[in-house]
Design a protein around this ligand. Structure first.
Ligand code: THU
Length: 137
């Protein structure tokens, strides 16, 4: 069953994408996270001349959510440029997993309006999460 994207989430991710700092890849990405409070947090990719020091859009949006005090990702939307699409990278999937649920919707979009919806549990099956650190014996 597909979820309906939260009002304003796609637009917030598009606005963040316009501010992306991607001089090396020329692949600007924006992300918007809906937190449990109902607030929306945005991020963009921030690249670096030392390439591996760059940050993905999802990572910066999640950091903004945590800094504001929200602790649960209800939905997340990722927007990349026209003609492309950017499902979250492996590292970002794990970061979404930390504060999301297996049924958290992940909307993957571009500025054409193309939109696909995944569930986090399908993007990262059999994953390791906070509960795995709990002692069970
Ligand atoms: N990127 C993101 O920000 N999110 C994704 O979901 C995929 C890739 C960024 C990282 C890098 O700055 C650029 O896109 C090209 O890989």
């Amino acid at each position: 069953m597909n979820a309906v994207i939260h009002t304003g989430l796609f637009e917030a991710a598009c606005a963040a994408q316009e501010n992306a700092y991607a001089p090396y890849s020329k692949f600007p990405v924006g992300a918007a996270v809906l937190g449990e409070s109902g607030n929306i947090y945005v991020g963009c990719n921030v690249e670096n001349a030392s390439y591996s020091a760059g940050t993905c859009a999802e990572t910066s949006a999640i950091a903004a959510m945590v800094a504001a005090g929200d602790r649960k990702i209800v939905q997340i939307c990722v927007v990349c440029k026209t003609g492309s699409w950017a499902p979250p990278c492996g590292g970002c999937r794990q970061k979404i997993r930390e504060l999301g649920q297996v049924d958290t919707p992940v909307f993957v979009c571009n500025t054409d309006g193309r939109q696909e919806q995944f569930l986090l549990g399908d993007l990262l099956p059999s994953s390791f999460g906070p509960e795995n650190l709990e002692t069970t014996t």
